[in-house]
Design a protein around this ligand. Sequence first.
Ligand SMILES: [Fe+2]
Length: 324
Amino acid sequence: MLPANTRDAAPVRPATVRVHPKDVVTMSSGSPGSENPIRFSEEHSAEVVEASFANTPDPRLRQLITSLVQHLHAFAKEVDLTQAELEAAVDFLTRTGQACTDVRQEFMMLSDVLGLSMLVDEISHRGPAGATEPTVLGPFHMVDSPPRALGDTISLAPGGEPTLVTGQVLSVEGHELAGALVDVWQADENGFYDVQEPQTVPQGNLRGLFTCDEQGRFAFRTIMPAPYPVPCDGPVGELLEATDRLPYRPAHIHFIARAEGYATLTTHMFVAGSPYLDSDAVFAVKDSLVRDFPLIEDAELADRYGMATPFRHAHVEIRLWKSS
Ligand SMILES: [Fe+2]
């Protein structure tokens, strides 16, 4: 017979962890008298910490945190992580968070230069053959692109080489996707986004949200984008310098394409021949996304879009797949 005060109390549920495939042991947080308690040690560190998360109600969170603990502990043991290195890492991550603002996402840049953003993108967008390949969002989609009419210019500041971009949004099977939305943004001729130059260019410069016509077609006037370095004046820049890596990205235009019933696609169009196509700091280049921007004198296109000849022109087909 248990005393009343303990008989009515909720039982303490021991956490069960697998220490060895054939040796499941019972954990009880190391309370005195528990059966075969496993104490925290270098050998059993991951198992003990995993056990502390065993009652996580959300199974996906439990899976994520358990795997994270396993890999973190394995990493620390593999490299014999020192106290000073741990403190340096905490300081680095602290400063990474402190560098974030409304128009700068240093943590996303960190994910980008570590290749994690591209890896998650690959995992998340396993499209069928024939679909346009995705690539990272990047750190500069910080403001909503202003809606614009088909054929409008997105260049609101002087300078730059006049360029026409035409395109069409299709299904993988080739159906024209009427009314698809195409969100575009890019750097200017000096490699800067509007959010980096709020004193000199209007917000929304080199950004636009377009609604495709009945044939899924879109067009906009712009200027040639330039290669640019990811911002190097923060912790991510320190990391790139310390590891002797280039911070540059090849010239590109960002796209997000949306159509009802289809998976939203985030991708880039890279400029053929641009420097850094083979050393993109965020690993986003795919051969299928590289486009020529030839200098042309097409009088019919020039008349239709009010371009002075000659001008640069690129055409892109964006093929979406049905969402599940
Ligand atoms: Fe970019």
